[in-house]
Every structure is written in C-alpha cells, then in structure tokens.
Design a protein around this ligand. Structure first.
Ligand code: PLP
Length: 399
C-alpha cells in the first residue's frame, strides 16, 4: 500500500466497502455465526481443515470480523504477515508462551521484563517443568552482547523473551545481535515491543520472530480498554491461534472497534509523545533537584548509541530520580497538577507514578524489586510540552 505509517494507520486492515456503505468498520456483536444448511457446514469444514485463512467465521472464541480488521491493521503497522488479538497484553504473552513451550524446555528472558511477565515465568512456568533463566539488560548490552546470549543459550533453550525499551530504566536491547545468535541456534525470539510501538521500532526487520504488544497502551491510546496483540509468520502464529481458541482470551468486538479507532491516530500520537518526552528529559536533566534522568534519547543514557541505530523515535516514557527520600519523591508527585497518578502509559493523558510504591508498601520488597524509592516514571501524553514542563517546574520549585 505505502510505507508511510500515518496512511497505514488510517486505511490498512479495513475493507474499503463495508456493510450498508458505512465508513467505519462495524461492531459485529455476535457470539455465533450460523449456517444455511449442511452443505455450507461441509464447505466451511473443508476450508478449516486446510487451514485456509479465507475460512468464514464460526464462533466468537475463534474469530470475529471486527477483531479481524484490528488484527490486519496491526499486522500492516508491524510490517508482519499475521496478527492475533487478545483480551489483554498478559493474555497475549501467556497464550504465546504456552503455545510454544513444553515441559523440559528452557526459556531465556531479560530480567527487566514487565513484572507480571516475570511472575508468570518464575511462579507458573517453573511449576510446570519449564526452566527459566533471567538475564540482566546490563549484561546483554555490555560490549559483547552476542557472546552473552550465546553463553546463556542451552541445548533445550526454545524461546528468548525480551523487551525493549525496558521498564522503568528504558534499557535498549540490541536486537540484531540477539536474533543472529538465536537464529544460529534455532531459538525462537519473542519481543515485547509495547514501549517502542511500530512507529519507533520495527522488530521484524531486526530478525525478531514474534512481536507482542500490550495494545492497552499506545496502540489503543486512550486509557479506556485492555487488549494484547502478537504478530509474526503464519507457521509461528498458527499454534498460538490454536492455543487462543483453547484458552479463550479473545478481545470483545466492542474493544476491537475501540482499538481500530485508536490505531488511526497512532502515528500522530506517538510522534507527539516522542517530542514531549524528549523535551521533558532535556528539561529534567538541567534541574539540580533531579539527580538522574533515564531516557534513551539523551546522550547520557547508557544505550543511546544502540537506540539511535535501532529506533526511529525514543518513545514517550521518561524515568528520573528526585534528589531525596521516599517521602520527598511522593511529595513531588503530589505537587504535579496535569498528569494523573496511575500505573499505565501510552494514552493521550500524561501519567506519573512513583513506581516503587506500586510494587509494595514494604521497603524490603521494594528494594528487592531493583527499583529505587526516588524513581519517578513520567509517561507523556499528547498535551502541549510547554504546559507539561511548566507543571514539572512549579512542582520542583515548591519541593
Ligand atoms: C502493560 C504491559 C503489559 C501487560 O499488558 P496488559 O494489557 O496490561 O495485560 C506487558 N508488557 C508491558 C511492557 C506493559 O507495559
């Protein structure tokens, strides 16, 4: 169609001619699709048995036209072949991992993964006989990344699960090094690209096999729904589709509609969020009350060079440390007027959080999480950068 994200976001995935001549893709609010007669059932079963993607809809746990349109749009944005939509990002990750791994397999994952992804690996997979090794992003990114990956891969390693940029320190994993080693050893790579979005990173072009998103964040973009997505080649997506049909974590037709609507402005929103975060990061780096700023777009970030090589934008999230203790950091967050306090990111409204406080009220548990008490994560929305900076400035001066 075109290489331009703004056009793909608006037009890809949707039928040009829709029912009733409607401009927008309708919400097909049905659980079941009926058959006129037995001949139609036989015809459907023949397509289905042949794994023909043109097979018609049968039942809501397997597919829905509104959901399919959202999937096609996401596949086009990721420049991938097939996408699957799920009820949440966690549902996308768990269904994918359960489809690909069996007892006796080894999963290699980046330690700085989303907390619930790590919980799933350490608390669930280990119970079911799947070995898990965590690798720190620091190790993966110092000098000889390829050697670090090669050393961690075992004969039974089947999957590498990585995330970039990571949360909350925004480490950037060098994907080409990771996928080169994985491919050589026959290991599948799955990347959680939620923080990057298709606008800032094209993981498939760096050799990643499967890209996953919490569509709850940037893809939907309005803080009003949950969804997840996985994109990849048909032969890898097929077993995940089958597992989704068994586990049942599908997205509702109404949420699929909201996602399509949100995706149309993805390129506009993410470019604004990149700009806002970049300006906020530059501003914060000059403030004496802020002792450290983590943003891959800053030359001071340890992975700045990798980010510049790999990404086409540095993302909408900035993390920074307030010079002071837990209480002072909480006071700073409370002095802000524009951003909401909450645990999400990627929507039109800016969101701020003292991340450690969302981990636990117990100081020991917070320390074990590796997130310092004075760390603030600012997920930029699409407001005017001048207003966001003025707000940060007044909060810092009143501290
Ligand atoms: C939010 C998030 C998830 C989980 O997605 P849900 O839609 O909340 O289930 C996974 N990975 C990352 C990086 C996230 O930010």
């Amino acid at each position: 169609m075109t290489d331009h994200f703004s056009t793909i976001a608006v037009h890809a995935g949707e039928e040009r001619r829709k029912p009733y001549g409607a401009l927008t893709t309708p919400i097909v609010q049905t659980s079941t699709y009926t058959f006129a007669d037995t001949a139609e059932v036989v015809d459907f079963m023949q397509h289905k048995t042949a794994n023909d993607p043109a097979a018609r809809d049968e039942y809501g746990r397997y597919s829905n036209p509104t959901q399919s349109a959202a999937e096609h749009k996401i596949a086009a944005l990721e420049r991938g072949q097939e996408a699957l939509l799920f009820a949440s990002g966690m549902c996308a990750i768990t269904t994918t991992v359960l489809a690909l791994l069996s007892s006796g397999d080894h999963l290699l994952m980046v330690r700085d993964s989303y907390r619930r992804t790590r919980d799933f690996a350490l608390k669930c997979l280990s119970r079911w006989g799947i070995e898990v090794t965590l690798m720190s992003a620091q190790v993966v990114n110092t000098g000889s990344a390829a050697e670090a990956w090669a050393a961690a891969i075992r004969p039974n390693t089947r999957l590498i699960l990585a995330e970039t940029p990571t949360n909350p320190y925004l480490r950037v994993i060098d994907l080409s090094q990771m996928t080169a080693v994985a491919r050589e050893r026959g290991v599948i790579t799955l990347l959680d690209s939620t923080f990057a979005t298709p606008i800032n990173l094209r993981p498939l072009e760096h050799g990643v096999d499967l890209v996953m998103h919490s569509a709850t964040k940037y893809l939907a973009g309005h803080n009003d729904m949950l969804a997840g997505a996985v994109v990849g080649r048909p032969e890898l997506v097929a077993p995940i589709r089958e597992m989704r049909g068994i586990l049942g974590g599908v997205s509702s037709p109404h949420d699929a509609y909201l996602l399509i609507r949100g995706l149309k402005t993805l390129a506009l929103r993410v470019r604004r969020q990149n700009e806002n975060a970049e300006r906020i990061a530059q501003f914060l780096e000059e403030q004496p009350a802020v002792c450290r700023v983590y943003y891959p777009g800053l030359p001071s970030h340890p992975d700045h060079d990798t980010a510049r090589r790999q990404m086409t934008g540095f993302g909408g999230v900035v993390s920074f440390e307030i010079g002071g203790d837990t209480e002072k950091t909480g006071r700073f967050v409370d002095l802000l007027n524009l951003p909401y306090i909450g645990p999400t990111l990627g929507g039109v409204e800016s969101i701020v959080q003292q991340q450690a406080m969302f981990v636990s009220l117990d100081p020991g548990e917070r320390q074990a999480s590796g997130i310092t008490d004075n760390l603030v994560r600012f997920a930029a929305g699409i407001e005017d950068a001048d207003d966001l900076i003025a707000d940060l400035s007044q909060a810092l001066s009143r501290l």
